[in-house]
Design a protein around this ligand. Structure first.
Ligand SMILES: *[C@@H]1O[C@H](CO)[C@@H](O)[C@H](O)[C@H]1NC(C)=O
Ligand SMILES: *[C@@H]1O[C@H](CO)[C@@H](O)[C@H](O)[C@H]1NC(C)=O
Ligand SMILES: *[C@@H]1O[C@H](CO)[C@@H](O)[C@H](O)[C@H]1NC(C)=O
Ligand SMILES: *[C@@H]1O[C@H](CO)[C@@H](O)[C@H](O)[C@H]1NC(C)=O
Ligand SMILES: *[C@@H]1O[C@H](CO)[C@@H](O)[C@H](O)[C@H]1NC(C)=O
Ligand SMILES: *[C@@H]1O[C@H](CO)[C@@H](O)[C@H](O)[C@H]1NC(C)=O
Ligand SMILES: *[C@@H]1O[C@H](CO)[C@@H](O)[C@H](O)[C@H]1NC(C)=O
Length: 479
């Protein structure tokens, strides 16, 4: 047989197999149903015509890259009740039209950037009842069509609320994080979520810490009648002093929170925030607040006391219509406090927010998940240095030090890796920092009432008890 006829034969076989139904499955025009068929391996090849694929109730343990090659019409994929613990990068290549993905009741532990980035059309993502402890900050990045995401019944301790914004997820209406292990909520990030997301944010049955800002947020949502809070009122519990034994149903036992000054509701927006970015990154500082009038204007004061109020766009800065300020490539001199003021020109009210931007050098602070790489780099560098010292001709202490070697002493990278051996772990520093900034004393003059009317409060000065985290006192109690 000549090689040409061999190729022809193979391609004919491949084409034919496209129409063959995988063993144990039912092929119904565009539906391929392999549910409950005891599969422990991914069926292959899949019929080209498949647009709905059911693989639920099987024994699959992982998804390999390229599993879905050859089914470009796939829009619904059900894989619940398997044993999937691993999604390879590229597992969802070639199914960019997928709208519905059910991975619930599996054994996934971490989801991150590389898992769903090939699914720009994804609308519904079911990840409940897995073993997730971590949702990386970029997991939902690029999923601009997303409407509903379910993460409940996992062991998630924190969630990247800051990654969800109106412009990145305009259609999101359900974010279910109930029955997880969330403890300290990043209230500042949650209250600036788009209203549609706030309305559909399910946070009940978590082990929340009793805390005034947390309580105020849910109280506010209950007043607004959000079903996510009203329908699960009994499941909103918090732990007093963080003790699991002292669990309080806080929407029913409001007397515990009488000192949270609900009566004179203050703004939910903390006027301060921190942002830490790497040198060279594009930075976007939001000016989101409680003002939502038609005629808003924004201005920013930079750390160098420049006042930016026109919509500008030059090589370094951009002030957008929505008030956000973008720095196209951050440099360390851009670090400092940026203050944004939003003015509602119709009602003549204003609101300010501060962002403390810190720009760190790339090589000093690696992203957390590449810390290991840094460590390896350090070890290698140390070994190289020791080898260098050992191999140089004079090894006794009385000799002159060896001349500086260009390969070691002049390389900036080596300096950085060496420095990072001895530097404190960056994560701890970032954490303790953002916590310490939560104890702010703040003044907030106004808040929107239910019908959009602002009602002005007598400038309450609120003080946090930094020890207990729970008590807030009002200093000028002028009832
Ligand atoms: C499948 O996806 C990979 C990676 O994106 C790409 O290289 C390849 O060309 C795709 N194949 C088809 C048939 O679309
Ligand atoms: C609350 O969450 C725990 C685990 O986080 C779960 O075992 C329990 O069934 C949940 N309770 C309700 C009422 O959903
Ligand atoms: C609220 O503050 C008052 C006066 O400071 C105090 O007596 C009371 O115990 C506080 N209530 C709670 C629930 O902490
Ligand atoms: C910045 O400029 C705008 C417009 O000129 C002005 O309304 C605003 O008061 C200025 N802010 C500061 C802090 O100077
Ligand atoms: C862009 O505008 C800002 C603020 O006015 C200024 O500081 C910066 O130098 C400008 N950049 C360029 C490249 O003109
Ligand atoms: C914001 O409002 C306060 C009074 O509420 C006023 O003193 C201040 O000048 C206003 N700032 C701007 C920039 O309009
Ligand atoms: C801003 O953050 C930096 C480092 O993260 C800190 O050193 C500085 O004191 C902060 N500035 C303010 C005004 O909080």
């Amino acid at each position: 047989m000549t090689s040409t006829s061999c190729v022809v034969l193979i391609s004919l076989l491949v084409q034919l197999s496209g129409a063959i139904c995988p063993q144990g499955c039912l092929c119904i025009s565009d539906i391929l149903n392999c549910g409950s068929s005891g599969l422990d391996r991914f069926p292959n090849p899949l019929p080209f015509t498949t647009s709905v694929l059911d693989l639920s109730h099987n024994r699959l343990t992982w998804l390999a890259a390229g599993n879905f090659y050859g089914v470009p019409r796939l829009h619904t994929l059900r894989m619940s009740h398997n044993r999937i613990s691993l999604l390879s990068p590229g597992a969802f290549h070639n199914i960019s039209r997928l709208r519905y993905l059910d991975l619930s009741s599996n054994k996934l532990q971490v989801v991150g950037k590389y898992h769903f980035q090939d699914l720009p059309a994804l609308e519904v993502l079911l990840l409940y009842n897995n073993r997730l402890t971590r949702v990386e900050s970029n997991t939902l990045m690029g999923l601009g069509s997303l409407r509903k995401v379910y993460f409940s019944f996992n062991q998630i301790t924190d969630f990247p609320f800051f990654s969800i914004r109106k412009h990145s997820h305009p259609n999101l209406v359900t974010l279910d994080l109930s029955s997880n292990r969330l403890f300290r909520l990043p209230v500042d990030d949650i209250v600036v979520l788009p209203f549609a997301v706030q309305k559909g944010l399910f946070l009940h049955n978590n082990s929340l810490e009793c805390d005034c800002s947390m309580y105020r947020m849910f109280w506010h949502w209950e007043q607004k009648g959000y079903p996510s809070v009203k329908d699960y009122k009994d499941d909103y519990k918090c732990l007093m002093y963080g003790e699991p034994q002292i669990s309080i149903n806080f929407l029913r036992s409001s007397h515990y929170f009488e000192n949270c000054t609900i009566g004179k509701m203050i703004s939910l927006i903390s006027p301060k925030a921190d942002k830490i970015v790497y040198e060279g990154e594009q930075v976007r500082l939001d000016c989101t607040g409680t003002l939502n009038g038609e005629d808003l204007s924004y201005s920013w004061v930079t750390p160098h006391q420049e006042n930016i109020s026109q919509l500008i766009q030059n090589g370094t800065l951009r002030l957008n219509q929505d008030g956000s300020l973008e720095i196209l490539a951050a440099q360390s001199i851009d670090s400092g406090v940026y203050q944004c003021t939003a003015v509602d020109n119709t009602r003549m009210v204003n609101e300010s927010r501060e962002v403390n931007l810190t720009v760190v050098a790339q090589c000093m602070e690696e992203p957390f998940n590449t810390g290991y790489t840094t460590l390896m780099g350090c070890v290698v560098t140390l070994v190289l240095i020791l080898m260098y010292l050992y191999l140089t001709p004079c090894r006794c202490g009385c000799c002159k030090p060896p001349p500086p070697s260009p390969s070691i002493s002049t390389s900036g990278e080596d300096r950085c890796t060496l420095a990072s051996i001895f530097a404190a772990p960056s994560t701890d520093r970032l954490k303790s920092k953002s916590q310490s900034d939560r104890h702010v004393v703040f003044l907030e003059p106004l808040l929107m009432g239910k019908n959009g009317q602002p009602f002005v409060v007598e400038q309450p000065t609120i003080e946090w008890d930094t020890e207990n985290f729970t008590i807030i006192r009002e200093r000028n109690d002028s009832e």
